[in-house]
Design a protein around this ligand. Structure first.
Ligand code: R5P
Length: 291
């Protein structure tokens, strides 16, 4: 077994190799002036190759993955496991308007055609409930970061109230609250555009003088957490923090959040970011060992 990684995710890929007690090697990627990619894998590979890379900003990475897997199979790999803590193109799980491509299905089939196994974390599944239905490969595992978040909260905060900024986040916030016996509320969110959301606290919510932690699967533009933080502070919360699995952070998301009064932002290392506070490697390694 060997772990292959890429420059921007090397720390996490090396940590995974360490947990699995197996070697790590980097895939070299050269970009030609016209934008095409040349990938180079090590010349002699073992039978089981684990490719560890999150698929945020995915379009170029998907082509690099296709080339890497083909080269890996030519150089000895007969089983390929993709460990992609953040998995792309899951949100478009149906055509919302006539003519739209159902990206989840198309990219899911593309990946399933290349790999034998997939391991991901808090995959954004909504209408499709199992990861294997989205990516129909032999084994597809969707891990939850909740157990790691439980330990993190226990070590860092006393008795926070947990906040789900929308209905979809209830699965994470409820599990986390249950494990630590904490209060939680789920807000009402209305999405008005890519960078426009409205978030309202439930009428019965009392957050006065409470330390609040907004829990979500991902921060992209930051508008969801920003609106939730503003509502919490306006309702009298003493402090607002945020705990998230996937810190995608596009545009100036961190600045927006700090300007809205968010004190601390913590994330898992599913995507490399300055807010990374929880390492996923032990969880990922456990899932691979069970295959
Ligand atoms: C939505 O369903 C997700 O769980 C996140 O709440 C959303 O993707 C966050 O996006 P943004 O940071 O752009 O508001």
């Amino acid at each position: 077994m060997l772990v292959l990684g890429f420059a921007e995710f090397e720390h996490q890929a090396k940590a995974l190799a360490e947990q699995l007690h197996c070697p790590y090697k980097r895939v070299d990627v050269h970009r030609f002036p016209d934008g095409e990619a040349l990938v180079k894998v090590p010349a002699m590979l073992p039978g089981h190759v684990i490719i560890c890379r999150s698929l945020n900003q995915p379009d170029a990475k998907l082509i690099e993955l296709l080339l890497t897997i083909a080269a890996a199979r030519e150089h000895g790999a007969d089983k390929v496991t993709l460990v992609a803590p953040y998995l792309c193109y899951l949100r478009q799980d149906k055509a919302f308007n006539p003519g739209e491509a159902v990206s989840q299905k198309i990219i899911g089939k593309f990946l399933a055609d290349q790999i034998d196994e997939l391991v991901s974390v808090d995959a954004h599944l909504h209408r499709v409930t199992h990861l294997q239905l989205a990516v129909p490969c032999r084994r597809a595992v969707n891990l939850s970061a909740v157990p790691l978040m439980v330990s993190f909260l226990r070590d860092n905060l006393d008795n926070p109230i947990l906040i789900g900024p929308d209905r979809e986040s209830e699965q994470w916030v409820a599990a986390l609250a249950k494990a630590r016996n904490l209060d939680y509320i789920v807000c009402h969110k209305q999405r008005l555009g890519d960078r426009r959301v409205h978030v309202a606290l439930p009428e019965s919510a009392d957050v006065t003088k409470r330390e609040a932690v907004i829990v979500d699967d991902m921060i992209t533009t930051g508008h969801t957490v920003m609106e939730a933080a503003r509502a919490l502070l306006a309702a009298g919360a003493a402090k607002v923090h945020c705990l998230v699995t996937h810190p995608l952070f596009v545009d100036e998301a961190d600045t927006l959040l700090h300007e809205a009064g968010v004190a601390q932002i913590w994330s898992t290392d599913s995507v490399t970011h300055s807010t990374n506070a929880i390492a996923l490697a032990p969880l990922l390694a456990q899932a691979i060992k069970q295959s």
